[in-house]
Every structure is written in structure tokens, then in C-alpha cells.
Ligand binder design. Structure first.
Ligand SMILES: NC(=O)c1ccc[n+]([C@@H]2O[C@H](COP(=O)([O-])OP(=O)(O)OC[C@H]3O[C@@H](n4cnc5c(N)ncnc54)[C@H](O)[C@@H]3O)[C@@H](O)[C@H]2O)c1
Length: 452
């Protein structure tokens, strides 16, 4: 039986898992106190004060249908699941710059000063812990708030002490870590990532295939702390860290928040495929002026992002199954650093499609979005869902939480499994996982019984 705060109208049908209650505080530790992290924390503070709504957050705004359509049972997800309450979140972060959360949010220029002023004391209290950082992996940045150590293992030990100390000082019962740091250079999986032992030897020998984000993830998982990766870096997408995740019952998920252009892509592409419309080409370009844009202006960091953005269409459109429609489509993605726009990214998509008898048509999408406004609610949901996963007996030792694919451009999967990119399948996967864990019937949308 799930030990949850189910409302009386939600009767569990069968129970395959149990979920411990969300007792006490949940500590959220964030490597990278930039635009996304500060917009997330300031946003949670504003919601807690009752001055804004958590728009874009499925855990806070979403409902989940239970039982038949005729039953009218659609509780809010946060009432259906034993999730941590926003009031119980406490925050810490690491950064190479020594700005506190308020200063960092002011510099990021995502939120208006009038809103930041209302949550200023809370934000000012969050000072950045010194970071594990190496310019070799993020070439465009340079900061002084950086840890020193004889080797990468020693740096990992320092991060583990940070986690331990924060847990003690904040009184947090549980911790979740979410990477909101910059995109690192493109790295491939290598021998040092194969096993925990190889990685630990690599940490001691300062192996160059181990990037800072991997050191944070290693430290988190050693401490039994779930880890989400918001950037396209390899980070936890490695056998060694997946093994550590399973062993220490610290769930993981990634990679790369699906916030703007890719969100639109994974809405539109399933639509084209559903109606068997063909695709000649998809050209995507962006202008972006925040620090993320500056980091991505370095070709080595852009390569990491490009791989992440490109994988989406192939998987959704399945050219192998539909060669007449999708065999040779051309897909191009560009990101242009353009400082005047700051965090307000503008993206353009030109989509060359074809229909009946091969007649060509075009779709143009021009999305004037706000990168961090789109990403902040994803951070909130991931934190709450990862913490939930760690308390659910059936999820806690699974390692990768594929049911959280909805939130990522490059969802992590078990080896040999292709990732599910279609937003609608991802949503169904997520909600059915929640139903299953909470002992509710899965919803197949078959619906024949209504006509018996
Ligand atoms: N905003 C979005 O919509 C979106 C979508 C997908 C992915 N992302 C990714 O999320 C990450 C954060 O985005 P952002 O807009 O907040 O970027 P940002 O540049 O504003 O913030 C990143 C912060 O990380 C810090 N940092 C870099 N390396 C670090 C390290 N090793 N340890 C601690 N701090 C470190 C930087 O100093 C910076 O303050 C980026 O990797 C970005 O690619 C963002």
C-alpha cells in the first residue's frame, strides 16, 4: 500500500509499490547559479509568498485522470502523490562566481527587479559554495570561486563534505542535486566511464575524460543523492554512474532541459507523422544573448548541444519504417550568440513538408520565448519527481528514470533502447508510471467499453 496522502476520492486499485511519506525538508543543491537556477529559486520563493503562480509546472498545476472518463476523478498531481511541499524546499548552490542568489538573479536579468526585491532576503542568504571547475571543459568562462585539490577524487570528497554540511546546517531530511551549470565541451564515453572502479581510479589520476559535472554527479550518488542533468553533457549518461545510482538507490535522469525550440519540434513532428505527411527538411536557428549563449558560442560546447538537438527528429519520424516520407530529410540546427536579446531567445524554424502526391508545403514557426522562464518549472518538477522516485520502492533502485523523458531533449534510456521523444507519448509514460506506482489502473485510451 502506498503510504501517501491520497484524498478519499482516490481509491487505489492495486499496489505494486510503496512510497514513503515526504517528511521534513527537501534540500535542493544546484551546481550553476545562473539564469535557470536563479529564476527557479526566485520563482519558488514568489510562489511561496503567494505573489505569483507556478505556471508551466506539471507537479503544481497538473491533474491526473483516474479510472474511467465517466467517473470524473481528476485530482491534482500534487494531491495524488506524496510530493514534497514547496514550503519544505531549502536551497544551496555552487558557482565559480561569488554572487549570491540575489545578485546572480539581478545579473541574469530574467525577472523584474520589482519581483526580486520582494524575495531579496531569501535569495541573499544563498551564497555560492566554491565550484569544481576547469576551463578545459567550459572555455568561455573564468571565475575565482573554485575549489583546489590534489586530484579529482579530492575535489569529489570536498563536494561530498558540502552535501553533508548543507544537510546538517539546513536540517534537510533528503537532498536532490540538479545540474544547472554551463554546457561542457563534447566528450565521448571511454574506458574510464565503464565501471565504478575505473572511474575512481580515473578520479585519482585526474583522467581528462572526467569533467566537473561528472565529479558533482559522482559525489551526489556516493551520498545517495538523486541527480538530474539539465545540460547536454554526458555527466550521468555513463555505465559507472548508472551502476552507482542503482547501488545507492539514488535515481538519475537527463539530459538537457527540453524548453523552447525542441519542445515545439516534439509537438509538431508527431503531428506530421500521425497524418503521414512527409518531410524534406527542417532548418532551426536561434539568437540568444545570455551567458548560456556565450558559452555555446564556443564550437566545442555547441557540439554537445547540437548532438542533443539533432537526435530528436530521427527518433520521432522513424525513417526506417517510413522511407518514402522521411528517409533523406535535411536537419540543421544553429545557435547564434546575440547579446542584445539576453535571455529572450528567438527561434525560427522553416519546415519543408510534402503531402498528397508529393506536393510541397512550408510551415514557419517563430517562437519569441524566454529561456529560463520555460526551464524553471522543469527544474521544480524534476526535483520533486526525483525525490518522489527515491521514496518509491519500485523506482528507487532503477537508476535511470525514463518516465521523466518529458523534460529532456536527449532522454536517457537503458542501453540498447531508443529514447522516446514524442511529447504526447512522454506525457502518457509519465502519468501511467505515476498511476502504476500509486496502485491505480493504467489508462490506455481504448474506450470500447463505453459502447458496450
Ligand atoms: N534555459 C534553457 O531553456 C535551457 C534549456 C536546456 C538546457 N539548458 C542548460 O542549462 C544550463 C544552465 O543554463 P543557464 O541559462 O542558467 O546558463 P548560465 O550561463 O546563466 O548559468 C550557468 C552557471 O553555471 C556556472 N558554472 C559553470 N560551470 C560550473 C561548475 N563546474 N560548477 C559550478 N558552476 C558552474 C556558470 O558560472 C554560470 O553561472 C546550461 O548548460 C544550458 O545549456 C538551459
Amino acid at each position: 500500500m502506498p503510504s501517501s496522502n491520497l484524498t478519499s476520492e482516490v481509491e487505489p486499485i492495486r499496489s505494486s509499490s510503496s512510497v514513503a511519506d515526504a517528511k521534513g525538508k527537501l534540500g535542493v543543491m544546484i551546481p550553476g547559479m545562473g539564469a535557470v537556477a536563479t529564476t527557479f529559486v526566485a520563482g519558488v520563493e514568489a510562489v511561496r509568498k503567494g505573489i505569483a503562480l507556478p505556471i508551466g509546472s506539471l507537479t503544481q498545476m497538473g491533474t491526473i485522470r483516474l479510472g474511467k472518463r465517466t467517473e470524473g476523478r481528476s485530482p491534482k498531481i500534487k494531491e495524488f502523490l506524496p510530493l514534497a511541499d514547496l514550503e519544505d524546499l531549502v536551497f544551496a548552490g555552487w558557482d565559480i562566481f561569488d554572487d549570491d542568489m540575489y545578485e546572480a538573479a539581478s545579473k541574469a536579468k530574467v525577472l523584474e527587479t520589482s519581483l526580486l526585491e520582494k524575495v531579496k532576503p531569501r535569495l541573499q542568504a544563498i551564497k555560492p559554495l566554491s565550484a569544481v571547475f576547469d576551463r578545459q571543459y567550459v572555455k568561455r568562462l573564468n571565475g575565482r570561486n573554485v575549489k583546489k585539490g590534489r586530484n579529482k577524487m579530492e575535489l569529489a570528497q570536498q563536494l561530498r563534505s558540502d552535501i553533508y554540511e548543507f544537510k546538517k546546517s539546513s536540517g534537510a531530511d533528503r537532498i536532490v542535486m540538479i545540474w544547472c551549470g554551463s554546457t561542457e565541451i563534447f566528450l565521448r564515453q571511454s574506458e574510464v566511464h565503464e565501471t565504478i572502479r575505473a572511474s575512481e581510479t580515473g578520479l585519482e589520476r585526474n583522467d581528462e575524460n572526467i569533467s566537473p559535472s561528472m565529479i558533482y554527479a559522482y559525489a551526489a550518488l556516493c551520498e545517495g543523492v538523486p541527480f538530474a542533468n539539465g545540460a547536454p553533457n554526458l555527466t550521468v549518461d555513463l555505465p559507472a554512474l548508472q551502476e552507482l545510482s542503482r547501488r545507492n538507490q539514488a535515481p538519475i535522469c537527463g539530459k538537457d532541459f527540453k524548453s523552447g525550440q525542441t519542445l515545439m519540434k516534439t509537438v509538431l513532428a508527431p503531428g506530421l507523422k500521425a497524418r503521414m505527411l512527409g518531410l524534406h527538411g527542417w532548418f532551426s536557428t536561434n539568437i540568444l544573448g545570455n551567458r548560456d549563449g556565450e558559452v555555446l558560442d564556443d564550437p566545442a560546447s555547441f557540439r554537445t548541444k547540437e548532438e542533443s538537438k539533432l537526435s530528436v527528429l530521427e527518433h520521432i519520424l522513424q525513417p526506417d519504417l517510413y522511407p518514402e516520407l522521411y528517409k533523406d530529410f535535411y536537419h540543421k540546427v544553429r545557435i547564434n550568440y546575440y547579446p542584445p536579446r539576453g535571455d529572450n531567445k528567438e527561434s525560427w524554424d522553416n519546415i519543408d513538408i510534402f503531402g498528397w502526391l508529393g506536393y510541397p508545403m512550408q510551415i514557419k514557426v517563430n517562437f519569441l520565448c524566454r529561456d529560463s522562464i520555460l526551464a524553471a518549472p522543469l527544474v521544480l518538477d524534476l526535483v520533486l519527481f526525483l525525490d518522489f522516485a527515491q521514496r518509491a520502492t519500485e523506482l528507487q533502485n532503477k537508476g535511470i528514470q525514463e518516465w521523466l523523458s518529458l523534460y529532456f531533449k536527449s532522454p536517457m534510456t537503458a542501453p540498447g533502447l531508443y529514447p522516446e521523444h514524442d511529447l504526447f507519448i512522454q506525457t502518457m509514460k509519465l502519468k501511467n508510471t505515476l498511476r502504476h506506482i500509486m496502485g491505480q489502473e493504467l489508462i490506455t485510451h481504448l474506450g470500447l467499453e463505453y459502447y458496450d
